[in-house]
Structures are given as structure tokens and as C-alpha cells.
Ligand binder design. Sequence first.
Ligand code: ADP
Ligand code: ZN
Ligand code: ZN
Length: 725
Amino acid sequence: MILHVAVPCPLHGTFDYLPPADGPVPRPGMRVQVPFGRRHLVGLIHTVGDSSDLPQHQLRRAHAILDPEPILPADVLALADWAARYYHHPLGEVLATALPVALRQGKRARAGSPDWWRLTATGREPAALDSLRRAHRQQALLQRLLQQPEGVDAAELADLGGNWRQALAALVDKGFAERCTPPRPEPAPAPPLNPDQEQAVAVICEALGDFHALLLDGVTGSGKTEVYLAALEANLARGRQALVLVPEIGLTPQLIRRFRRRLPGRLVVLHSGLAEGERLQAWLAAGSGQADVVIGTRSALFTPLARPGLLIVDEEHDLALKQQDGFRYHARDLAAVRARQLGVPLVLGSATPSLESLYNCQQGRYRHLHLPRRAGEARPPVTHLLDIRGQPLEAGLSRELMQRMCQHLDADGQVLLFLNRRGYAPVLLCHACGWVAACPRCDARMTWHQRDRRLRCHHCGHERRVPEQCQECDSDDLRSLGQGTEQLEQILTARFPDVMVARIDRDSTRRKGAMEQLLDRARSGEARILLGTQMLAKGHHLPSVTLVGILDCDQGLFGADFRAPERMAQLITQVAGRAGRAERSGEVLIQTHHPQHPLLQLLLREGYSRFARESLAERQAAGLPPYSHLALLRAEAVDAGPPRLFLQEAREWGERVSSPQVMLMGPVPAPMERRAGRYRAQLLLQAPDRRSLHTLLDGLVPQLSGLPSARRVRWSLDVDPQEML
Ligand code: ADP
Ligand code: ZN
Ligand code: ZN
């Protein structure tokens, strides 16, 4: 007997081993401890065969089988195979992505008792809270548990931050809290669906039981989540599990609570913020069939499901669904593969669908479902461009926008300002000589963070104190150029001293739980001015926002990437979609120096769908995706020479094995050539059809490690790249 084992290492294919002398009968999907070079690694049995290409005496014996039963079912193994082939990525690393860290490390795959907690009768008494006046963490935890008398999944408590486990243990010691079984409360009733929603739900329900791909194309606030919930309920009623993928940022406790309130059955959550043990338990509950709904971020796509029935990918246009390093896969695209393998429907939802998915609808591969109107009483917001050419600006705000803000605030509205740049200012400049603070490791400027007096590079993380003087001429007249959210917050706090301002960006939400706290302040109406980067743009339901101001959309108009206009349109539409989501109507003001820009005009006058249709026509004319297929070979090194040399060698090899329709373009330096102290270059491969691209890659990729310059660079391959950086 020969075990073909996938080992977590950057080599392609599987490795052959003799089975261990004793232990369970080896089967595919079981973990196995193997010697690998001088190391011992945890691999996964891919197949069990009876022959090897290696001579008998070279075969090494596996140390031990780690699982009594396979932990990965055949369908997940098949999905990993498919992904390894399609993305030309080592199978062992693909499978490592599929497994929770605890299992990769060889820990036991044993389901524990549910990690649910609630207050005891004593804990619910007011005296309990009083007694904790000096233990803030325990007090906060108790307050949280008070809100959910039926019990709380420990996985949800992580956002309390700090050492909440310790606080929980203390509450248990005091007799205030206890472990409980997950409750199965009566699900809250759904609102009556409107006819568009009904229609969408009917189509999805009809599709249950077979593979179909459906694009739920619904404007912001149209009630897509309600459609998911109805479909999930129908799927549950058939005794089936569902997997729901969301971008990281969309997976807020609020969303989880909404799902939990509304769905019968057990819901588990899988995302990178979980402790390993929690992640493992959720994963095992999915695989054993104990969990009914799995909601998670992109890597949750590989979760085993005992009785799968439905896959949903929310915000399917979101870049966060694409992994941008290591194993570069797109969870949306793989979800389609998995749904087909499982014979279950896939629902992709978005207010701003990707051009890829719209193209698939045009081709008849996906069914296009529309929710053209907002649900309930909410009306679409009214959008205007503000021409700011020659206008005085204060921290990037024009007078007109400021005036509208005052009016909305006076009328008890809430204002959301969008500025996609964090920090105080993107440039620190010497007024005497023109010197600017640049990152020593990147072709980029350092961002000035005034509050903690640091300069930070947003590309590599390099940071230093803000200098007192110019590094060139010693002048102390250093000034900021441009503005970021920190500066905007400062100006607004000074300008509106009585109004609470909530800033939501990567800096203000670094602490665990901070994001939720800020959003709570926004939702409760305590904070009346919200400002932030794209973190604020995504998915949040902020019912009282009446005015949305987009401070600067001009950057998006001139991006180097051919996807820049698509991304700009998605961002504007999503940000604008935060306005007027409840009874009160919304207004959106977009500041621009290019009010006549055809893309902006088209988007504003005709809306995202029309914009997308025109963009598709342009892509077709230019032969760009989705009308062609790309792969990007990247290389980097401490010196500029080797990456180009390596890619040149790759190109020569590629030209030998490729068909004439495939174009090899480059090597060229990456748009930002130096990053984190390394020079980067890229070679773009473009083909009119997938097959010729993959034929080329099949021939080329195995050669790459053997190219003369390969040892002098780090290289990676990105199939269907989403960013050309
Ligand atoms: P989306 O996911 O498309 O952004 P949601 O499902 O979050 O939209 O719905 C937006 C708002 O409209 C929510 O407050 C939701 O409760 C409400 N809503 C959705 N469907 C209906 C309906 N049929 N009737 C009344 N309100 C609805
Ligand atoms: Zn100077
Ligand atoms: Zn840098």
C-alpha cells in the first residue's frame, strides 16, 4: 500500500509514503505525520494506491495516522485538487488553507461541548452588576450577557477584546455565569416580502436540489439579506446546510445577530478573528452536520458540510473575497466550482455586481435576479456632483458641502463623509525647499499621523517619528499637503463642538471591538457625523444617515489599473447607498474637479447597471477580462536586475511552449517598483480563452523553479489577477 500525501510545502504534487506499521486503516482525507527532509510535517492523505514511481528502498514510512476517520470529505479534496490545478499552486498549500490552524498543527479533531454561556439567576440580579464596579472587564461582559438572556456563543465575545476568557472565568467563579446549551428560540418573524423579493426567493427555492448560479442584483437597501434569509429558511426546511460567505468587513456582530434571530437551527461563524479552538469547533460542527448555517469569510469556502444545500456569496464584487498573497484564489469563483460539484445552487449578491458576474449573466451561465427598488418605505437617494474647481476648501470640504451638512444636522439628520485616506495628511512637505518625507523602503511617501506624531508608510508599515526639521535644508517650516481622515476629524470637531464625530478607519478600529462600538454610536444616533474610509462604505445599515458626502473621487478616475473605473463606480454607489435607508430620504454630494468626466456623468445619470453595461462593451473592444483571461507572474528581489532577468527567461520559455494567440507582455516594473525594500517586476500573460492560457501555464509553471535566475528572486503566479500592482 502506498500513501500519496499532500504535504504543506511549496512543491507541486503529492509525495509517496509507506503506511505506518500500525494505526487506523489509511483513507483519503485523514491527516498523517510524515518525515519530510529533516523535518516532520502534518500532511493529508490524498489517495491510497498500490504503486509508486519511486523505487521501494527510497520510500519512507509515515510515522502515524492522526485521525480515526477522514476529516476532509471527498468533495473538499476534489475542490482542492481543482483549485491547485487552476491556480497552478502546490496542493499541500491549498489544503493547508482548507484546514483550521489547530488541525494543520496536528491537534486532535474532537468536538467539544458547545461554547455557549449565559447568566445565572444570581448574575441577573442588579446586585451582581453593582458588585463589579471595580472590575470593568467583568462588568462589560456581564452587561453583554444581560442583553442576551438565552445565551451567547463565545465566538461572539471575542470582540470585547482583552482577556475576556479570564473575565468569563471570574464570572463563573462568582456564580454569575454558566455554560449552557445553544438555545433554539422561536425565530423572529420575517417582514412580508415585496413582489421583487418574492420573485427572487421563488427562483432560488425552485433551484434548490440542483446546481444553478444566480446573481441577486439588488440596489443598496433593496432587501437582499431578507432574500437570503428566506432562501436559507427554505433550505433548512429541506434538512440541508448552507454556507454564506461575506467579506471580512461585512461580518459584523450585528449581521450575525440578525441571522441568528431569524433562522431556526444552529449557526456557526468562521473568520480570522476567532481563537483557534473556536474556529476548530465551528469547523467540526459544520463537517458533522451539527451546524445548520455556516457564515464566514473567504477561507470558509473550504468548510466540510455533511448535508450541503445552498451556497451564498454576499457582496460578490468585493475584493476581500480574493486572497492576494500565498495561495491566490477567488472565493467567489471557487464557490461556483464547489456548488457545481455539490449539485446545489449558488447565489451571488451585490448592489454593484462585478463585471465578471454580469458577463456570466449575459452569456446565460448565471440567472440574473433584480431587486430594482429599495425595500419598505426607503427611497433612493438624490445624487449631485459638486464642482470644486477653484473653490476654497477646508480640510478638503467645500463651503457648499459644509452648508448642506449644517442643514442636515439642524434637521436632526446624520451625516456620513467618505474620504479614502487615513492619517492626518498623505504628504509632509518642506515649504522652504520642497523636500517630501519618503519611505526609505518603497517608492512612496510617508503618511503623517499627527496624533501619535509618526510618519507611516501605508505600503510596508515602516514608521518613524515626525522630524522637527527638513532633512535636506534644516528648515523647520514643514507643512502638510492634502488631507486624511484624522485631519478631517479634527476640523469637524472644532467646527461642530456639540456634535459627536465618529471616525471609522483602520487606525480608529485597531482595537478589538472598537469598530462595533463606533458603529453602535452611529446607529444609536449618538454620533451624528460619521467619517471614514471604505471600511464605512461597506454593507452597514445606518438608518439615520440623510447626507453622504464623498470628498474626493477624482483619484479613481485616473487609476492605472483597467479595473479602476469599475472599482470607483462600485465604491461611489456603495457609499451613496448608505444615505436614506429608512423613512427619511437621502442626499449624496460628490466633490470633484472633473464634473464633466464621462464616467461620472454616466454613473450618476444612468446608474450602476448602465455604467456596467458600457464598461463591458469597452472591455470587449479592448480585449480585456472578462473577454480575455489573464495571469500575472510576479518576481521580486533586493536588486532590480534579477526579477527582470527571471521574467525574461520565463518569457522566453513561455514563447516556446505557448500557442500564438497567447500574448506575453513584459517584463515591466510593477506600478510601484520598490516596496518594503524589494524591487518588483511582472510579466502579464493574456489569452483569448481559458484553455490556451492554462495550456501555457501547464507547460511553463513546472519550469520556473529551474530557470537560471530563479534562485535570485521570489516569484508568484496570480491567475485571474484582480489588481495589477
Ligand atoms: P440589503 O441587504 O439589500 O442592503 P437589507 O436586507 O439589509 O438590504 O434591507 C434593508 C432594510 O430594509 C432593512 O432594514 C430591512 O429590515 C428592510 N427590509 C427588507 N425587506 C423588507 C420588506 N419586505 N419590508 C419592509 N422592510 C424590509
Ligand atoms: Zn527643506
Ligand atoms: Zn514603505
